[in-house]
Design a protein around this ligand. Structure first.
Ligand SMILES: *[C@@H]1O[C@H](CO)[C@@H](O)[C@H](O)[C@H]1NC(C)=O
Length: 222
């Protein structure tokens, strides 16, 4: 340690003044970063990525980032089923937290067809009963008529479905282990794109006529 430099600092400012300055800098620094370490409400105007959105500036974050009212009322089931998402795009507060929610509404006869969420497990709470099941990678079927208050979990990536066999509407609240769970519907993957019908036939063992018919219904070509 150079004796001279220490001596100079003491000449210009007392040790107490220096300590005060340091604590002030620390205080300002920790205040401006406090909410950043607590959460990262999505800046939906910024770019999205598999890691989520960038954070809104703390000063712009309000309670509405952490509250979503869209699941309070039933979705429009004119088209038999309705899935109302509360994913990060609708619910910026979940950004970076690894969870999100949705609401399912099924009119009588409504079906949520075989689908998977490749990046998320799902757990649902039934508010009005329906049948639901999933198929494991060992091709075992786990199927149950679910009633109000029951919950069911669908392990990540497995194909699952919901069917309302009742004569009244059914619904459930769903949560996912992702802020933006992806959705792949089996029939859409097979019949709603331009994958050549011959290839679909070869890779599914279905008859060509069936494939053409399903492509017609689901908007596929080829
Ligand atoms: C429900 O959806 C149908 C069809 O998309 C639409 O015609 C109708 O106006 C919607 N009803 C409400 C209440 O939004």
């Amino acid at each position: 340690m150079k004796k001279g430099s220490h001596h100079q600092i003491c000449e210009n400012a007392s040790i107490w003044q220096i300590l005060f300055l340091f604590s002030l800098i620390f205080l300002i620094d920790s205040t401006s970063h406090a909410s950043v370490s607590d959460f990262c409400a999505a800046n939906l105007k910024g770019p999205d990525s598999p890691l989520g959105y960038t954070c809104k500036k703390p000063a712009g974050v309000t309670v509405s980032d952490f509250v979503f009212s869209g699941l309070a009322k039933g979705g429009n089931t004119t088209n038999i089923i309705s899935v109302t998402p509360a994913f990060v795009a609708q619910f910026p507060g979940v950004n970076g937290l690894g969870i999100s929610m949705a609401r399912l509404d099924l009119a009588p006869g409504g079906v949520i067809p075989f689908h998977t969420h490749p990046g998320a497990l799902e757990v649902l709470v039934v508010t009005r009963g329906f049948d639901s099941g999933f198929v494991s990678s060992a091709n075992l079927v786990y199927l149950k008529a679910l009633h109000k208050g029951e919950i069911m979990v669908f392990p990540q990536g497995l194909l699952h479905f919901q069917v309302n066999v009742a004569k009244i509407h059914s619904n459930a609240f769903v949560s996912f282990s992702s802020t933006s769970p992806s959705l792949q519907i089996l029939d859409f993957a097979l019949f709603a794109n331009d994958l050549p019908s011959e290839l679909v036939m070869q890779t599914t063992f279905l008859e060509l006529a069936t494939i053409k018919k399903l492509k017609g219904v689901l908007g596929g070509t080829g």
